[in-house]
Write a protein that binds this ligand. Structure first.
Ligand SMILES: *Cc1c(COP(=O)(O)O)cnc(C)c1O
Length: 398
């Protein structure tokens, strides 16, 4: 990444002039506060005593046999258990870091956008614990389909603000949060939930999520030994994936992201930004987006609210272009089937977002076997737990 916040041709800072000073302040704060020892010590103490880190790396033997009964393609499958984090997903790593930073910067209010509600819950949690008022923008469609998380945020003392514009999902919630920030920039920190948005957010969020990959790498060395052949994660905005990828990017390890093909890539109802997107600007960054011939942003669709976003973090767009990471897309039906399979073989109810990573495994195991000439040893980021999705899963289960 260059000083201007570009990853190859992607990234940058395309925002209203009023936000430029705040983003410049945040960029300085990343270097002068976040990356330095005192902040790192305080944040890592919270990660261990409040979040429950380090999360374990679990060997999924029954699942790997179910995915590949012969054992010829998939050698070993290990799961990085982010579902065991306080609040049930990796989102808390980032939210705690950003709310802690907001306090250091003297901000007196935090705002966030949320899709599935996981980032809203994580931000509301961190804000409650550190005593800051919190407002969360959430598309009205998501408010309806993620009721348990809305109730959680309200119990935690956050104001949940339903957004009625556009497709009434994550994209619109982020628009509204940016609008709020423009008017309250002096006292408010905008806690962005993924490795997306204007510079320095993609870098800040990646720095706060790299703890996932750093731990997984050390745990792999201690457990199975050496390095995995292959690392897999689902991709919405891209934060759990980049957090996992960071630690292995200089190693001979193949990186796979799995995004949402919704009702199919041949329909218009999907969220496969990396597979099908075009270059455009969304939420302050130049990246790959779902857009029409006039450059208008299209509505995304995924059964999983956390992947229902027509953009993606700029670093993933660059990793796709350079070929360093590979991306595939799986459908709603494939993700729901994978969720059932993981539950029955491993006793773990994963989030619908995470289920996409699992649904990608058969194709990834085949490709990796062809590349390596032997069964692959795979580390998969189990980004979150599925309690929030029970109603949606019941609806989509034949
Ligand atoms: C939000 C969420 C995602 C998608 O977001 P990324 O920024 O791409 O990680 C994936 N899994 C879970 C459990 C989530 O809550």
């Amino acid at each position: 990444m260059t000083a201007l916040g570009y990853y190859g041709e992607f990234g940058g800072r395309f925002v209203a002039e009023t936000l430029v000073p705040a983003l410049a302040q945040l960029e300085r704060a990343v270097h002068e506060i976040v990356l330095r020892e005192p902040f790192q010590r305080e944040w890592r103490d919270l990660l261990s005593s409040y979040v429950g880190r380090p999360t374990p790396l679990w060997r999924a033997e029954r699942l790997s046999r179910a995915v590949d009964p012969s054992g010829d393609l998939l050698g070993e499958l290990w799961l990085k258990r982010e579902d065991l984090c306080h609040t049930g997903a990796h989102k808390i790593n980032n939210a705690l870091g950003q709310v802690l930073l907001a306090k250091k910067l003297g901000k007196t209010r935090v705002i966030a956008e949320t899709g599935a509600g996981q980032h809203g819950v994580a931000t509301a949690t961190a804000a409650a614990m550190m005593g800051l008022p919190c407002a969360v923008y959430m598309g009205a469609v998501d408010v309806a389909r993620q009721a348990p998380n809305v109730a959680r945020m309200r119990l935690l003392g956050a104001r949940v603000l339903p957004v009625e514009s556009g497709s009434r999902t994550l994209k619109d919630a982020m628009n509204e949060a940016l609008r709020d920030w423009v008017t309250h920039v002096a006292d408010t920190h905008y806690c962005v939930g993924s490795a997306a948005g204007p510079h320095p957010y993609p870098m800040l969020v990646a720095e706060l999520q790299r703890v996932i990959g750093d731990e997984a790498r050390a745990e792999w060395a201690e457990g199975p030994g050496g390095l995995p052949d292959t690392v897999v994660a689902c991709v919405g905005g891209g934060s759990n994936a980049i957090g996992m990828f960071r630690a292995f990017i200089s190693d001979p390890v193949e990186l796979y992201g799995v995004e949402a093909a919704g009702e199919g890539l041949d329909t218009e109802r999907h969220a496969a930004t990396l597979t099908r997107g075009r270059v455009g600007v969304l939420h302050g960054a130049r990246t790959l987006v779902l857009s029409d011939d006039d450059g208008q942003i299209l509505e995304a669709h995924s059964v999983s609210a956390g992947l229902d976003y027509p953009g993606v973090g700029p670093e993933h767009a660059a990793l796709l272009r350079s070929g360093r990471a590979k991306y595939l897309a799986v459908t709603d039906a494939e993700a729901v089937a994978a969720l059932h399979l993981v539950a029955r073989t491993e006793g773990i109810l994963v989030a619908l977002e995470t289920a996409h990573a699992f649904a990608g495994l058969p194709a990834i195991a085949r490709a990796e076997h062809a590349r390596l000439g032997r069964p692959a040893r795979v580390a998969l980021c189990l980004s979150g737990r599925g309690d929030k999705d029970l109603a949606t899963v019941a609806e989509h289960t034949p």
